[in-house]
Write a protein that binds this ligand. Structure first.
Ligand code: HEC
Length: 113
């Protein structure tokens, strides 16, 4: 039944993309204050847990962290990486709830250029 959750995430992500495309052409949602309200929980979680390595805009690449602005990872891969970690990245499934990881997945997907 896990795939239903993933599909829900994918759907959410698609919605964010559509929303982003309509109002905001050419701009990225990486500046504080410009993200849609629905992304706010993800942004706070990202600042608290991820920005130390990825930077608040996802592009800092500290300690070998992947540049999330150019990452081609889809929401399934992002969800897995956050849950289980990857090489230099620690796993977060013990410290964050599934809901929080989904919020982060949606937020990280929105960082793609
Ligand atoms: C301790 C540093 C560190 C922290 C904290 C960290 N990451 Fe990472 N992250 C990395 C590194 C290093 C990689 C590259 C892993 C690899 O591919 O070898 C990575 C890769 C990723 C990827 C995969 C990108 C791709 O293209 O495959 C995603 C998505 C990601 N991180 C999201 C997050 C999120 C969301 C958080 C916060 C919950 C987070 N990271 C916290 C270091 C970190």
């Amino acid at each position: 039944m896990k795939s239903i959750g993933i599909k829900a995430v994918a759907l959410t992500v698609v919605c964010f993309f559509l929303a982003g495309c309509s109002g905001n052409s050419g701009k990225t949602n990486t500046q504080p204050g410009t993200a849609p309200a629905a992304l706010l929980p993800g942004r706070t979680l990202f600042e608290n847990n991820c920005a130390a390595c990825h930077g608040s805009n996802g592009g800092a690449g500290i300690a070998g962290a992947a540049n999330l602005q150019i990452s081609k990872a889809d929401s399934t891969a992002i969800f897995k990486t956050i849950s289980n970690g990857k090489n230099g990245m620690p796993p977060f499934k013990q410290s964050l709830s599934e809901k929080e990881i989904k919020q982060l997945t949606a937020y990280v997907s929105g960082l793609h250029k």
